[in-house]
Design a protein around this ligand. Structure first.
Ligand code: URA
Length: 375
């Protein structure tokens, strides 16, 4: 059986697991949005967070830890579309007050077989543990005596592959490892990956996502845009540029959600954290993002509008054109794009939905993944 099918079956098994009493009703965070099943690079966290993965079903997405993790990946030019992300425990443990708790020994043991099966199946060349819990969880699969403090940012041989222990990206761990130091940890992972000759996605501009530049330009032109429209707009910029230049302009991670493409780098909290003058409002049940402070940041000509680079000019022209479109038209345009059509065709053919599946711009890879049973 091919890898994608085995992964699909594993997710099915996990979805019915009731091994841990306090987590029976939690989301089981393992599925298409965990990332690339053929990846050579696997990140393992502790457990889904209450406000993050438990809610979004995307590992490390939607809470502060997720925000930090995504920022660190971005800093090291690592794209979610090229990696696989999971947790030592696949459900969200909470204490009696309903807050996030650390998984206990028994819970880690209960999930250990699933973790082993993920590692065996994905078979990554590099495993990166995020925090002490993940590192300890690995010793149940193949014993090791590593401690985070002593082995942080080093390469160890473990279970026939390279293990790189680093700190958890949550706020608590920042007390022990500064954000600057964590950035270097992710660069170390990137270098390790490169030294093994591992292929990675070609991202224009290499280091930083262009999402912030795009937002700056969009809100310079427009005071107010629906959150729905924003996701489609950024997706269409990425798609049009990929079509023309064959590079990923933002390098962001897009997944297929119920109402079309969703960009994980555009999580609402991420937007607010980056631009303090952007606020949200709701109108008839629809979420809008608006610039309430036109005299501040967005009154200056944004980087994108000043850039001499052809590709940036192209991005701004695409936005200019699309900003005139209604949400309905943006959705239609997104659905008519090749990567989305590939997914929709498969859904129709097999009468399934592919919610949370990555949207791959490399059509060849998308075709092979979809034909091989990822749903
Ligand atoms: N979100 C996750 O998916 N894992 C963590 O360890 C923390 C937040």
């Amino acid at each position: 059986m091919i890898k994608e099918e085995r992964f699909h079956d594993l997710c099915g098994e996990v979805s019915t697991c009731i091994a841990c009493e306090r987590m029976c009703d939690s989301s089981k965070v393992l599925g298409p949005s965990s990332g690339k099943v053929t990846s050579d690079l696997m990140f393992i966290g502790e457990a889904p967070g209450r406000l993050g993965a438990d809610n979004t079903t995307i590992p490390f997405h939607g809470d502060k830890s997720g925000h930090n993790f995504e920022e660190l990946l971005e800093f090291a030019s690592l794209s979610r579309s090229q990696i696989f992300v999971t947790n030592a425990v696949l459900c969200n443990p909470r204490n009696s007050q309903g807050n996030n708790a650390t998984p206990n020994k028994q819970e880690i043991e209960n999930c250990s077989e699933y973790l082993k099966r993920q590692i065996d199946l994905i078979n990554p060349k590099i495993v990166v543990t995020l925090g002490a819990t993940a590192l300890k969880a690995l010793s149940l699969i193949e014993p090791h005596k590593l401690t985070l403090k002593k082995s942080v940012r080093t390469q160890k041989n473990w279970y026939g592959r390279i293990l790189i222990p680093i700190y958890h990206p949550g706020q608590r761990a920042m007390l022990h490892r500064s954000f600057a130091n964590q950035r270097s940890d992710y660069k170390f992972v990137f270098d390790a990956m490169r030294s093994l000759g591992m292929k990675r996605v070609k991202v224009y501009g290499e280091v930083s996502f262009k999402i912030a530049d795009l937002l700056e330009y969009i809100f310079w032109k427009h005071q107010n845009i629906s959150y729905f429209g924003l996701h489609k707009l950024v997706y269409l910029v990425e798609y049009e540029i990929y079509k023309k230049y064959g590079v990923l302009y933002t390098g962001a991670y897009f997944i297929r959600q119920k109402d079309g493409p969703y960009c994980t780098n555009l999580h609402i909290q991420k937007i607010k954290n980056t631009f303090k003058n952007l606020k949200t409002s709701t109108n008839k049940g629809k979420l809008y993002v608006e610039n309430r402070d036109a005299n501040n940041l967005f009154s200056e000509t944004p980087k994108l509008a000043k850039s001499p680079e052809k590709i940036d000019r192209e991005a701004s022209l695409i936005i200019d054109k699309l900003l005139e479109s209604s949400d309905k038209d943006l959705k239609k345009k997104a659905y008519l794009s090749k990567p989305m059509r590939t997914i929709l065709r498969k859904e129709q053919r097999e009468n399934i939905n592919s919610y949370n599946a990555p949207i791959l711009f490399d059509i060849q890879e998308a075709d092979s993944q979809l034909n091989n049973g990822i749903s």
